[in-house]
Design a protein around this ligand. Structure first.
Ligand code: THG
Length: 284
């Protein structure tokens, strides 16, 4: 199955048979005070710097989250989208819990964006599915619903099924629903990553959808975050993860390695390319 996203030029194909597509996570105010302070002043230069750094490091798509306390992201998200698209061509993933901010941003978007996210709650489905259909966007479907978050992979699977069914009823193609099985901090719950990996396998085997997740979520509160994120990402890719939201500066090497190990990189071209371009960048 293929999900196709577009920016201002070209397209990004997310294919369930790989290679892995990286959605850059760094445009996110969580623990980035400089992003909050610059955006508060109406200054987009730092945000654009984060975009550029991630693209150079291997991001194929950029997650854009500009929500923080006191901000009107209904105004700010579309402005951020326009600022990024004036300079960079890759597709965007609009990350906000506020459906009005998502809709306002979709009006500003050039191309085919990814909505982050819809979940199985009735309120979320009702607010976002018609909007996704109207603007021709793809959606991320989070495996949680009105009952909250379950630890049972089969229940997460059934929430994914519900979101896909409802999306199709709203006129959205099933290939335009990317499922997020939920990745949570393993420091808080020893079984958290295993539940996620089991859910990924079920979704891949029974539904065949593209799969995303917030890879850096799992290492909150722990040392060695890079190592943890890399190991988890590689394992999740083997189970069926196709487009992680992650920090490309940290995770691209592991992603290229996973693709190579899984036989998706003829003559190790992309793997070698990655190290050559990193060497070239380091030499600058
Ligand atoms: N699923 C979906 N969308 C998501 C998430 C998800 N969006 C937000 C989040 N989770 C994924 N994005 C991030 C962004 C940053 C971090 C983790 C997840 C992070 N940042 C560092 C920190 O907080 O310490 C700081 C930045 C850095 O040094 O890189 O960990 O699960 N659909």
């Amino acid at each position: 199955m293929q999900t196709i996203l577009r920016g201002t030029s070209g397209e990004v194909v997310i294919d369930t048979n790989g290679p892995v597509v990286i959605i850059g996570e760094s445009i996110n105010p969580t623990r980035r005070r400089k992003l909050v302070s610059t955006l508060t002043e109406g200054n987009f230069e730092y945000l654009l710097e984060l975009a550029e750094t991630q693209i150079r490091a291997g991001a194929d798509v950029l997650d854009v989250n500009v929500g923080f306390p006191g901000v009107d992201d209904e105004k700010l998200l579309p402005l951020a989208v326009s600022a990024i698209q004036q300079r960079f061509h890759i597709p965007l993933c609009l990350d906000s819990p506020n459906p009005r901010a998502i809709e306002a941003a979709l009006k500003a978007v050039n191309g085919k964006a990814l909505i982050n996210s819809v979940n199985g709650e009735e309120k979320s489905l009702a607010a976002l599915l018609p909007v996704a259909r109207e603007y021709g966007a793809a959606i991320i479907g989070l495996c949680m619903d009105d009952d909250g978050i379950t630890h049972d992979p089969l229940k997460r699977l059934s929430i994914a099924e519900k979101i896909i069914e409802r999306a199709m009823l709203a006129g959205i193609g099933r290939e335009d629903v990317i499922i997020d099985p939920l990745a949570m901090a393993v420091s808080a719950d020893t079984g958290a990553c295993l539940v996620t990996l089991s859910t990924i396998k079920l979704i891949r085997e029974r539904l065949g959808q593209n799969i995303t997740l917030g890879a850096s979520n799992i290492s909150f509160g722990l040392p060695g975050r890079e190592t943890l994120n890399e190991v988890f990402t590689a394992m999740a890719v083997q189970c069926g993860l196709t487009c992680p939201i992650a920090n490309p500066e940290k995770v691209t090497a592991a992603v290229r390695a996973a693709d190579l190990v899984l036989g998706r990189d003829d003559f190790a071209m992309r793997f070698v390319d990655y190290y050559q371009s990193r060497q070239a960048q380091d030499a600058q």
